[in-house]
Every structure is written in structure tokens, then in C-alpha cells.
Design a protein around this ligand. Sequence first.
Ligand code: C2E
Ligand code: MG
Ligand code: MG
Ligand code: MG
Length: 285
Amino acid sequence: RADIAMYQAKKAGRNALIFFNPEMQDVINARASLQGELGKALEKRQFHLYYQIQVDSSHHPLGAEVLIRWIHPERGLVPPDQFIPLAEDTGLILPIGQWVLETACAQLKAWEKDPLTRDFVLAVNVSARQFGQVDFAAQIQATAHRHAVNPRRLKLELTESMSAKNIEGIITIMNTLKAIGIGFSLDDFGTGYSSLQHLKKLPLDQLKIDQSFVRDLAVDSSDNAIVRTIIVMANSLDLDVIAEGVETEEQQQLLMGMGCSRYQGYLFGKPVPIKEFEASLGSFD
Ligand code: C2E
Ligand code: MG
Ligand code: MG
Ligand code: MG
């Protein structure tokens, strides 16, 4: 059957519409089984948080971004790009997102004992679906309170795609959370389709320059101009700027020369489990 469908697809040519073939059934089945397993992953404790360090211009650690990992007994490590969209579609992102927040707050609390980590800020990614809940601000506030964590040590990362639908609702939630000290960073900045509108309307604290602009910073004059402009704009809007995907000394030097003051990327550390993260802190000042 697969052979026949393939032959027909080829014969029909590249632009033809193929309504159904056995491969599509495979994709549907794979998605259904992933979805079923995703539903059980929380109770089976298969999610883990990895921590990626964020530093200032003198390589001094400021905290970390928490990045979720699904470690499945047979599939191994499933990257978030493969299950977060599915979790968003099914609504599972709500309990998963709450688990991420709880775990991050517990970690912030544990760090209070050590002067080195006491002031660390954790950046947590949030999905549009989470922001769409009317009681989202109350949930965050209750979680920070339950763990007795100062909300100033939490930063929420939003993406531009999320604010397309209900920007006023998002602004209301953001203002409630800002009032208790929670920070907001606009992730993957520059990759959305109405970046400047968002910049103007959203009560942000930080822009996070997308790694696609950082990658070829040294060789691509357009990327160089874009990054330079983002930093100047952020500075004049009184937002701080962090560059993501910083992999080389050269990139960091260029960014610093342009006025960027915060960095995240493999140059400083990959996302790693908490034990490894804490062990790596010794190599920073
Ligand atoms: P993001 O928030 O933009 O995270 C940055 C991604 O870049 C991470 O991929 C990180 O591992 C990767 N990265 C960091 N430094 C470098 C570098 O120097 N070079 C390169 N090439 N890559 C680097 P990751 O961990 O696979 O996460 C992918 C996306 O999944 C994240 O993008 C975020 O949008 C989403 N995500 C991760 N954790 C969560 C979560 O807890 N909740 C939600 N809603 N989304 C999450
Ligand atoms: Mg992020
Ligand atoms: Mg990003
Ligand atoms: Mg991203």
C-alpha cells in the first residue's frame, strides 16, 4: 500500500494534492501515542528542568533560564520543540507549566542558603495558553507565596506569537504581576511579525535577542545592523537586553561593544541538570 501511494504521489507531481496515504496514518498514529504518553509523563516524573546560566559582561552569573526536558524510558531525551506544541494543543501545557513553576520556585528557595546563588533570577518560559487563563496572575502569585520566594527572582519569558490574539488581556495580567515584582522578557525578539507593536504596548523589562541574529553576527552585516539597532532601541526604551545563543568570544565581544550587557549561550554553559549547573558555578567568579 505504501508503495502504491508513493508511486501515485510521484506520478501526480510535486504540486498535486494527495488526500491520504499510509504515511499520513503513521504520522497520526505516532502523534496519538506521543500524546497518550505525554499525558502520563507528569505523574511518572519524566519531566526534568535543565538550567542554562545567564551572565553579565564580566562573566558574573545572574541566574539561569529553566528549560524543560522529557526523559522517556524508551524514547530517551525528547526535546521541548517536539512536545511543547502538542502540550499546547491538548491543554497539557497547563499542568506542565505549573510543575515548571513549582520546581523553579523550590529551586529559588533552596538557593537562598548560599550567598553565591541567593540573588539568582530564574527565567521561566510561558505559553500563550497559560496566559489565557483568567487566574494566571493569581496562580503565579500563590505559587511564589507558597514557596516563600520573592517574586522579583522570577522572570517570565513570553514570545511574540502569543500576544497576537488578546493583547489587552495579556497586558492586564502582566501589570498585575509586575506590581508584585515579577519581570518580563520578550523571547526570540525579532522573529515575530509585529515586534515593534509589542514593544510599544507590552510592559516589558527585557528583550531577548533571538539566536538567529547572533549566529552570524561577525560575518553578516545585516544581522550586525539588526542587533545593533535592537540594542540601541532597547536602551532608549529603558529595557535591558540579553543575547541568546552566544557561542564564541568574538560574538560576546561584538555584543558588548554594541552595548549588550547580558548573555546566554554555550560559551558560558549549556542547559544542564541542577547538580551539574551548581558544580559549574565554581568556574565563574
Ligand atoms: P527558548 O526559550 O528560545 O530557549 C532557547 C533554546 O536555545 C533552548 O533550546 C536552548 O537549549 C538553546 N540554546 C541555548 N544556548 C544556545 C547556543 O549557544 N547555541 C544554540 N545553537 N542553541 C542554544 P531548548 O532547550 O531545546 O528549548 C526550545 C524551546 O522550547 C525554548 O526556546 C522554549 O520556547 C521552549 N521551552 C523550553 N522549556 C519550556 C517550558 O518550560 N515551557 C514552555 N512553555 N516552553 C519551553
Ligand atoms: Mg526562552
Ligand atoms: Mg529564545
Ligand atoms: Mg526559541
